[in-house]
Ligand binder design. Sequence first.
Ligand code: GLU
Length: 325
Amino acid sequence: MHSTWGKRLCRGYLACLLALGSLPVWADAPIVIGTGGSAGVYLPVGKAMCELYRQATGSACQALTTGGSLYNASAIRNGDLDFGIVQSDIQYALSRGTEQFYDSGPNESVRTLFSLHAEAFTVVAKPPGIRNFDDLAGKWVNVGNPGSGQRATLNSLLEMKGETEDIFALASELKPTDMSRVMCSGKLDAFLYVVGHPSQAIDEAIRGCGAHLVNVAGPEVEALIEQMPYYGVTVIPGGTYAHNPDDIVTFGVRATLLSRKDVDEERVYQLVKAVFEHLDAFRRSHPSLVTLTPSAMVREGLTVPLHAGARRYYEEVGLLPPGSE
Ligand code: GLU
């Protein structure tokens, strides 16, 4: 009798736990991970993490489409989101209270889990004459939707140059899903995107109307890389996109998974464990993840303390020495 009842209810891990009355506390609410726009890389990466978490724990997990890093960072700070993918430069600004977070001051509650793929500050242009970032002066440029990370990174570069968005004849705020269509209809010369490669939105602009990638180099870029702990030289290898055979040199950040100190330790531990124990499957889920290594994921691009749940896992498997921060 008991076994028939059990069999009927035990259709999945969560159902079994409920039936046996042993539901762990961390499994009671779904995990929601803030990602980016539907044409970006954050969304498939968030979905892949959710899938691994679901398979490992039987608990629900949702990768939420959002405006991007800036939105996710603010939502984590406010408690509207517990997890989000955030560019490493925005992670830094949120915790130190600089740049976009100057008014709200330093934030000590933000915690990180691990870093993800490298993201390049990417300029895509249609007119053949645009070959370097400085050629964008006087052009129609999409600077990024409100809440996106690229807008923030652009402003850091412009500030270093002593310029503002006024150098562009038009600074539009289209979402990634609309950028290539508007460019190909002739209403946009270029768009900026801080993103992992290959990216669907960029591929569409290249195939749709012969757009090309543009170098972002010069003394201000070198100064940014030298002065800021989260920027590095980034090369988009030639051949990543059709008709773009040359290497493109720019600067970039890493995507990171961010949370808050008060988020349940066991849930964070289970999420980290699900990803690290199935790293091969995770790497295969998107081309921008293929080069991820456990040691880079726990070190690179992280400028705030690790969440206690993440640190527990890394210490357990020997990725970090006991007592690390
Ligand atoms: N880096 C972008 C941002 O923070 C998002 C890129 C993506 O969705 O892959 O807004």
